[in-house]
Design a protein around this ligand. Structure first.
Ligand SMILES: NC(=O)c1ccc[n+]([C@@H]2O[C@H](COP(=O)([O-])OP(=O)(O)OC[C@H]3O[C@@H](n4cnc5c(N)ncnc54)[C@H](O)[C@@H]3O)[C@@H](O)[C@H]2O)c1
Ligand SMILES: [Fe+2]
Length: 384
């Protein structure tokens, strides 16, 4: 069996670096006109203006597209592609959480490839059709969660199926990621918590996923340590730039690690967002403990090691693995997130339908323990 390992993104990290470094990065990528891809919340937080000014001072013109929702839709990707063409830009700068970053990646695909987006769905081998060159992209994350700035995938809800669909191709990876803790300062506590648990879920699911990837495993363990040490601080004091910065690192490490794979938690989370517009990170936070309990019999050493990093006590693997879900629940509580699907008003009588949708999602295929649709329903019930 052949396995492919790759960590190629250029990553710049530093406080205030977004405004300082952007123009030089755009120029070195050959950009002469930029389209900012963002959303109204990020723009409203005043994060775009200083970047546009910095570009303007360097003689680079820019336009802004900000009509993107938190669970982005195919129609928004198509509108952004239209804006990209009309503005005659030659480079995209995505500024935001996973939603604008993902949309910008898929705009690069839509602007240069002829087929309807559904044809590029990772679940049907769509990556093989991503063959043309795509315009360059700089990614500036304003949440610390998805790590989309170093990932090769974009997630969008397709119109025809109303399913959150992963479009994956190495060409979609941003050329440069600029990680500036100041860009996450204005993120409110609840979103800081929910996005932080998304990062933690990536790290945990990657570490437990099937497959042989020792580099991803090592990165995942260090990322889990960063979440354990800094997530609460970032939630309780948004101006704590050290904590903000460490969480940005944990987030990108999550996305680097999950090139190994994800697991059942992400399959459970996707229909909750597509059907009920639940924030992606919050959906993961609500389902993760049950998934850890489900997986513990298959990968006890791994789950025991995670528990230990999260502060659980126990002298042997089995005890630690048993304690892991409790450690995640405790962290979830400390960062102020709800404790189950009922608390976010997911209807109990819709769980069976959601379980069938979760079963159709690809992420659980690499879960360490095989899942049936029935298992996924049990996991939703255990997360209720
Ligand atoms: N590409 C991937 O590998 C990957 C991985 C995980 C999740 N995702 C996707 O990413 C999306 C979720 O991304 P997200 O959790 O980062 O949230 P998001 O991008 O949806 O943003 C959530 C909200 O936070 C606001 N916001 C963002 N940054 C802010 C800031 N600094 N100050 C004030 N407000 C701010 C936004 O305006 C928005 O209202 C989902 O669609 C999910 O499916 C993608
Ligand atoms: Fe995620």
């Amino acid at each position: 069996m052949t396995t492919v390992w790759s960590f190629p993104t250029r990553i710049l990290f530093g406080e205030g670096l977004a405004t300082e470094a952007l123009a030089a990065e755009v120029k070195s990528l050959g950009g002469s006109k930029v389209l900012f891809v963002t959303d109204e919340g990020v723009k409203g937080a005043g994060l775009i203006e200083p970047l546009a000014e910095a570009l303007s001072e360097a003689g680079i013109e820019s336009d802004v597209f900000d009509q993107i929702s938190s669970n982005p839709l195919e129609s928004e990707v198509l509108a952004a592609t239209d804006a990209y063409r009309k503005s005659e830009s030659d480079l995209l700068v995505a500024v935001g959480g996973g939603s604008p970053l993902d949309v910008a990646k898929i705009v690069r695909l839509a602007a240069t490839h002829p087929l309807p987006l559904a044809q590029y769905d990772d679940a049907i081998g769509g990556d093989a059709k991503v063959v043309n060159d795509v315009p360059p992209m700089v990614a500036i994350p304003t949440t610390a969660g998805t790590g989309s700035e170093v990932g090769r995938s974009g997630v969008v809800t397709l119109q025809a199926t109303n399913k959150k669909t992963v479009i994956f191709a190495p060409k979609l990876m941003p050329n440069v990621a600029i990680l500036d803790p100041k860009m996450t300062e204005s993120l409110p506590p609840r979103l800081t918590a929910a996005t932080g648990i998304d990062a933690l879920t990536h790290l945990i699911e990657a570490y437990c996923a099937q497959g042989d990837h020792p580099m991803a495993d090592a990165i995942a363990l260090e990322g889990i340590r960063l979440c354990a040490e800094y997530l609460e601080r970032a939630v309780h004091d948004g101006k704590d730039l050290e904590a903000r910065g460490e969480m940005l690192k944990a987030s990108l490490m999550g996305a680097v690690a999950f090139q190994k794979g994800l697991g059942a938690c992400h399959s459970l989370a996707h229909p909750l967002s597509a059907e009920h517009d639940l924030h992606h990170g919050l959906a993961n936070a609500l389902c993760l403990p049950a998934v850890l309990d489900f997986n513990r019999s298959v990968v006890p050493e791994r789950i025991g090691r995670i528990a230990k990093i999260l502060g659980a006590r126990g002298d042997d693997t089995e005890t630690l693995a048993f304690e892991c879900s409790g450690a995640v629940r405790a962290l979830r509580k400390k960062v102020g997130l709800p404790d189950g699907l009922e608390a976010v008003e997911i209807p109990e009588d819709g769980l069976a339908r959601l379980a069938n949708l979760a079963y159709d999602d690809v992420c659980h295929k690499l879960n360490p323990r095989e899942c049936t649709a029935e298992d996924l329903l049990t996991l939703y019930r255990a997360s209720f």
